[in-house]
Design a protein around this ligand. Structure first.
Ligand code: SAM
Length: 294
């Protein structure tokens, strides 16, 4: 290893940015990490070692990429901003096992990328300081495509992390909690102060770890229908589950039928969606689906 200063020190970060005349684009969620402790915590939470690989989304100028390269056998980093590609090529030159891919993670065929870049039996973690404007679409894409992932460790907006990890009963629990928990076991790793970034974002941040499930925790007959019913149940949070479901699935005269189906699922019509567990949603969705509701 060379004695060069880490990319992520405030001094080297500023030097790289100035030398390349780089200007931050707020629209791409560019807030770069300049704190060794936080970087260590993120990488440590992913449990990487020389037998494992990492996929990074949005490497910026390579602060996290460098740390990933130091512990894993292969790193693929997808960056949308063309201006960063020559910078990454330069600063990551000491790490030949890092591959930088220029592209939009939301548009790339990730299955194909995995097949091309990772050995079939390598365990892969996604590790990233995500651009906050697209956190949820990126995470849902990673989870829904059933990629062979071990875990996902990401820095995201604190409020979003809290919603993803929320249990039934509170204000944070909603359709995002259920979608994320269907595919993974989320765990809040730490809350992060603004001061670890340049420029500093104007929202609070947190690191969350999603342990990707091999099988969903509940049996759902039709996944698309399940997620649609969950969305409908939370349409108006202050309304009861019966009222939200009635607006979405039944005509005026359908109240009795709705109450019969809720009774079959053993769910009181007066409850609110935020009190229902993922098991209860699965039960309800299977009953509605078998009934041919749409
Ligand atoms: N990893 C770096 C760090 O921690 O210092 C930079 C993180 S910064 C919060 C987010 C990065 O994601 C930026 O480099 C931005 O250009 C990139 N980005 C934004 N949207 C993207 C997308 N759709 N696909 C790939 N990269 C994206």
């Amino acid at each position: 290893m060379s004695m060069r200063e880490d990319i992520s020190t405030p001094r080297r970060t500023k030097e790289i940015i100035q030398r390349h005349g780089f200007s931050f684009k707020k629209s791409l969620g560019q807030n770069f990490l300049i704190d060794q402790n936080i970087l260590g915590k993120i990488v440590g939470s992913a449990g990487l070692d020389a037998s494992k690989a990492a996929l990074e989304i949005g490497p910026g100028i390579g602060a996290l990429t460098e740390k990933l390269a130091e512990v894993s056998s292969k790193v693929v980093a997808i960056e949308i901003d063309q201006r960063l590609i020559p910078i990454l090529d330069e600063v990551l030159e000491p790490y030949p096992h890092v591959k930088v891919v220029h592209g939009d993670v939301l548009k790339l065929d990730l299955k194909e990328l995995f097949a091309e870049e990772f050995e079939a039996d390598t365990r892969v973690s996604v590790v990233a300081n995500l651009p906050y404007y697209v956190t949820t679409p990126i995470l849902m894409k990673l989870l829904e495509e059933h990629l062979p992932l071990e875990n996902i460790v990401v820095m995201i907006q604190k409020e979003v992390a809290e919603r993803m990890a929320a249990s039934p009963g509170g204000k944070d629990y909603g359709s995002l909690s259920i979608a994320v928990q269907y595919f993974s076991e989320p765990e809040l790793v730490c809350i992060v102060p603004h001061t670890v970034f340049i420029p500093q974002p104007n929202v609070d941040s947190a690191v969350i770890r999603l342990k990707v499930r091999k099988e969903p925790p509940v049996h759902v007959e039709n996944e698309a229908f399940f997620f649609m019913l969950v969305q409908a149940a939370f349409a108006q949070r202050r309304k009861t589950i019966a009222n939200n479901l009635k607006s979405r699935f039944f005509a005026k005269e359908g109240r009795e039928e709705l109450e019969r189906l809720l009774a079959e699922a053993e769910i009181e019509p007066s409850r609110r969606a935020e009190t229902l567990s993922i098991e209860e949603f699965a039960r309800l969705s299977n009953i509605f689906y078998r009934q041919g509701l749409q």
